[in-house]
Design a protein around this ligand. Structure first.
Ligand SMILES: *Cc1c(COP(=O)(O)O)cnc(C)c1O
Length: 497
């Protein structure tokens, strides 16, 4: 074997610098020009496939300079830009540019944040990030947890901790099939689809979900919740957990967390809050009341890659007593030499969640929290909420728009042709078709990106503003676009009839 192992994969510092500077120049131009670009590509999947071509796996390597240049063009020309000021679909935020640099730095050092010994400072940085996220939303300092890939994983992690804590103690040895207890979980219809995945994946089955009706204002109905729990206990079921949502995906409603917590305490159930979208708004003092009771949760899911503007992926599970995570996820294979040095408070993150090897996703969150600071976030999140309120007000004022809901930074509304505005109910089916067609037209057009919500069987347009680039002017222009395209869509649909 050669004493000097020379190879293609190891790029020298000098070469890396040249490649890196060129790439950074391209990314900088991209950041400065994002406002002037189309929000998304108009190319179809098959057009995109032909752009890539159908070559087999390359036999030989190629130059990184060319690769970087071609690939950045490929991405800048054919992507949907959730950082565009007129992107407000689903809940996908614009990403802090500093996060991109943090990800580059994290990948360059490449710590494995599964074990402390493999990631000495990175483990401490993740611990501090978790502590700061707890302080950000306002829970006591004994909450602990870890970063995961996103909201679904954050909720799964908490769900599994709840299952360990509240299921019969034999579940770890006997598995879920060998218990005679039928376990139940409680949530409203507004709960995100993660709960269905969770009960399917983790053995409870979809029949274990008790879908609790909501009140007029779309919050989980506590009276029905408590009756259902009591009935289940009387029928010999084993209730495990109640899930409250802090900012539901469709309309941004926050459940009455305090009353849910009281019911959970009374019946010894785990109280989980899915705050993947909305809980960062708790940083705003004026909104503290909406989140009252949050600190009493056994676990909380939140998503730095949503309203903390971190680049994908970053989710977070916080647990009131982190020992529940260790009880659920810790195992000690003999080939791990990860024991604690005497007297040291060591934390090995593989014992806290589903992953073993783990990347350094904490770095971008940790750096952005310091870059923006609490007051900076308070301002950004308040501005997003104010823009959403402006949008709702514009819909209320416009004779061809119907404003439907506004909570946190989500507004929903419909396009209504003037001649139908006095007889909405008899045209409900048509208005649904019209607004669905309108949404598809808008999404394909690339001028603005909204998504949809179905509220009381009405198909609505939905804008969720988690976007530090959006301005009042963008909002006004978006509403003009909606009305302009709404009129066109109505004309072409009525011609068909
Ligand atoms: C976005 C969201 C999820 C899912 O989070 P991902 O990061 O997409 O996995 C779950 N619950 C709520 C309330 C959400 O807003």
């Amino acid at each position: 074997m050669n004493r000097n192992r020379k190879n293609e994969i190891d790029i020298s510092g000098k070469e890396f610098q040249k490649l890196g500077y060129e790439l950074i120049d391209k990314i900088s131009d991209f950041i400065d020009s994002i406002n002037t670009r189309s929000v998304t590509t108009t190319k179809s999947p098959s057009q995109l496939q032909s752009t890539l071509g159908n070559d087999p796996l390359p036999e030989k390597g190629s130059s990184p300079k060319e690769l970087l240049s071609k690939t950045s063009e490929l991405l800048f020309d054919n992507s949907l830009f959730n950082g565009h000021p007129k992107f407000m679909g689903y809940i996908t935020s614009s990403a802090a540019p500093l996060g991109a640099l943090a990800d580059l730095l994290a990948a360059a050092v490449n710590p494995n944040v599964g074990a402390q010994i493999l990631s000495p400072i990175a483990t401490e940085i993740e611990k501090q990030t978790i502590k700061w996220l707890g302080e950000f939303i306002g829970v006591p300092s004994h909450f602990g947890g870890l970063l995961v890939s996103g909201g679904n994983m954050a909720n799964f992690t908490a769900f599994l901790a709840a299952r360990t804590a509240k299921a019969p103690k034999s579940i770890k040895e006997l598995g879920i099939t060998n218990t005679s207890h039928s376990m139940t979980v409680y949530c409203s219809k507004a709960t995100h689809t993660w709960i269905e995945k969770a009960v399917i994946l983790f053995g409870l089955g979809t029949n274990s979900i008790r879908w609790i009706a909501t009140t007029q204002d779309n919050k989980l109905n506590e009276k029905i919740l408590e009756e259902t729990i009591k009935n289940d206990i009387e029928s010999g079921h084993t209730p495990l957990m109640v899930i409250g949502t802090a900012g539901d995906v469709s309309t941004g409603v926050v459940d009455n967390l305090k009353s849910l917590s009281t019911i959970c305490k009374k019946h010894d159930l785990w109280f989980h809050i899915d705050g993947a979208y909305g809980i960062p708004a708790a940083v705003i003092p004026a909104l503290k009341d909406i989140f009252h009771g949050m600190a009493e949760a056994d676990s909380i899911a939140l998503d730095p890659h949503k309203w903390l503007y971190s680049p994908l992926e970053a989710g977070c599970t916080l647990v009131k007593n982190p020992q529940h995570l260790i009880d659920t996820f810790s195992s000690h294979p003999e080939y791990y030499n990860f024991s604690n040095p005497e007297g040291e408070n060591t934390q090995n993150y593989y014992e806290f969640g589903l992953q073993n090897s783990r990347g350094f996703r904490a770095l971008k969150v940790w750096m952005t929290l310091q870059h923006i600071g609490r007051s900076g976030y308070e301002k950004l999140i308040s501005e997003d909420i104010d823009l959403s309120k402006s949008m709702f007000a514009l819909a209320q004022k416009h004779s061809e728009l119907e404003a439907i809901t506004q909570n946190l930074s989500i507004a929903t509304f419909r396009y209504i042709p003037i001649e139908l505005s006095n007889e909405l109910e008899s045209h409900d089916l048509y208005l649904n078709e019209l607004n669905e067609t309108l949404l598809n037209t808008l999404q394909a057009g690339g001028e603005v990106f909204l998504s949809n919500a179905v509220i009381n069987d009405q198909y609505c347009l939905r804008a969720c503003i988690v976007n530090f680039r959006t301005t009042e002017k963008d909002i006004e222009e978006i509403m003009e676009t909606v009305v302009r395209e709404g009129r066109k869509t109505h004309i072409s649909l009525s011609r068909k009839v």
